[in-house]
Design a protein. Structure first.
Length: 178
């Protein structure tokens, strides 16, 4: 198990095969998938495939989403982090900031906390020059988080027929805002 970030209340580490039940609980919830194409998974095998896909990104791109674990309870909260995105924006590839939490952890600052830590990791440890993020235009909470942590709205684009807001932040802007 590789831990990447530790905060006062969270451990942020590689996703492992034994996270399958947590991924299933996360990705089988229709409310979690409300702004993600409304395609929740239905089986544990699909959860295994999600983990396999993310672990392949670690090998191929040196980065991928990480598990968020509650330090006190050791509960699987969801995932966070950066990934090298090659599909969402057809016109360019980029490092994407993202997060997805089980519903019982919504509204208590975990997405914001892990997003801030992920930016820090990307700029300080990976020396990235820019990080992007996208959010369904109707997903108010996610759009608010991205703006709150310093990303700037750039434009709108369609993905699978749904309008999304596109945000980015350069390392120079992040350093200035720290």
């Amino acid at each position: 198990m590789k831990v990447h970030i530790e905060t006062e209340r969270l451990i942020i580490r590689d996703l492992e095969e034994y996270d399958v039940q947590g991924i299933f609980e996360l990705d089988s919830d229709p409310e979690v998938h409300e702004f993600l194409g409304k395609k929740p998974i239905k089986t544990i095998e699909e959860a295994r495939q999600v983990i396999k896909f993310i672990r392949t990104q670690y090998k191929e791109n040196g980065i991928g989403r990480w598990a968020i674990i509650d330090k006190e309870t050791e509960d699987f909260i969801g995932w966070t982090g950066l990934k090298y995105e090659q599909d969402l924006r057809k016109e360019f590839n980029y490092y994407d900031l993202g997060y997805r939490l089980r519903k019982k952890y919504w509204g208590i600052g975990i997405a914001t906390e892990t997003a801030i830590e992920s930016l820090k990791y990307g700029f300080e440890r990976l020396d990235l020059k820019e990080i992007g993020a996208a959010a369904d235009i109707n997903h108010l909470a996610s759009n608010n988080i991205l703006k709150k942590i310093g990303l700037t709205f750039v434009d709108r684009f369609d993905y699978e027929g749904v309008s999304h807001n596109w945000y980015k932040i350069k390392k120079t802007e992040w350093i200035k805002n720290k």
